[in-house]
Design a binder for this molecule. Structure first.
Ligand code: ZN
Length: 202
């Protein structure tokens, strides 16, 4: 079954976090699954991310025309990013032991490229041509090492996704209030009703 890459799947706020979130429910070993299990989804994700992450990418589109070829490096960057940042949110600091896998996988993603990145108007290079997805993913993941990122980084208590809280007072609790916030509220309501029913049946 193909994945609908709807805006909700891009609430991480940064390309590398949205990619980390393509493994769903990491906090629940029984229900977790990988949306990139079918590698064709990498191409479809990159297509959608070109639109939903356009401001981060400076309008540059992502090229993932050979998803099966790039899958190993994409998954390596994804897993290293998730491990480093998930631990960092929990610990409040980056663990240097988690850095080598990220740096090594990013090096693979950038090998052989000659992109000019970091310019304020062209953060991922010239938007006239697309950038290889694995290279853009590496640039995005490395950008998360900037000082101050951790202060805004959170884990959604409902689905376990990583996201950047850009709200003014940093009080965002859910990755997506409309999905996870409401789901949690509904489940609390359901539990209360069931508890009440048990009381009524006594
Ligand atoms: Zn969530």
């Amino acid at each position: 079954m193909t994945v609908s890459w709807i805006p909700h799947r891009f609430v991480g706020g940064v390309l590398a976090l949205d990619t980390a979130n393509t493994v769903v429910l990491r906090i629940d070993p029984q229900r977790t699954f990988d949306r990139f299990e079918d590698t064709a989804e990498i191409g479809r994700f990159a297509e959608a991310a070109s639109t939903f992450r356009a401001s981060e990418l400076g309008g540059r589109r992502l090229d993932a025309s050979k998803p099966r070829t790039i899958a190993p490096v994409v998954v390596a960057i994804r897993e290293a990013t998730d491990r480093l940042l998930r631990n960092a949110v929990r610990e409040g600091a980056l663990d240097t032991g988690d850095l080598p896998p990220l740096l090594e996988s990013c090096a693979q993603g950038l090998a052989g490229t000659a992109e000019k990145v970091g310019e304020s108007q062209k953060p991922f290079g010239d938007p006239a041509t697309p950038i290889a997805f694995e290279a853009a993913l590496a640039v995005s993941a490395l950008s998360l090492l900037r000082p101050g990122t951790l202060d805004r980084l959170k884990i959604c208590p409902n689905c376990g996704w990583l996201f950047t809280d850009r709200s003014r007072n940093g009080s965002r609790l859910w990755c997506d209030m409309a999905v996870c916030g409401n789901r949690r509220k509904a489940s609390r309501h359901y539990k209360r009703r069931m508890a009440q029913r048990e009381v009524d049946n006594v």
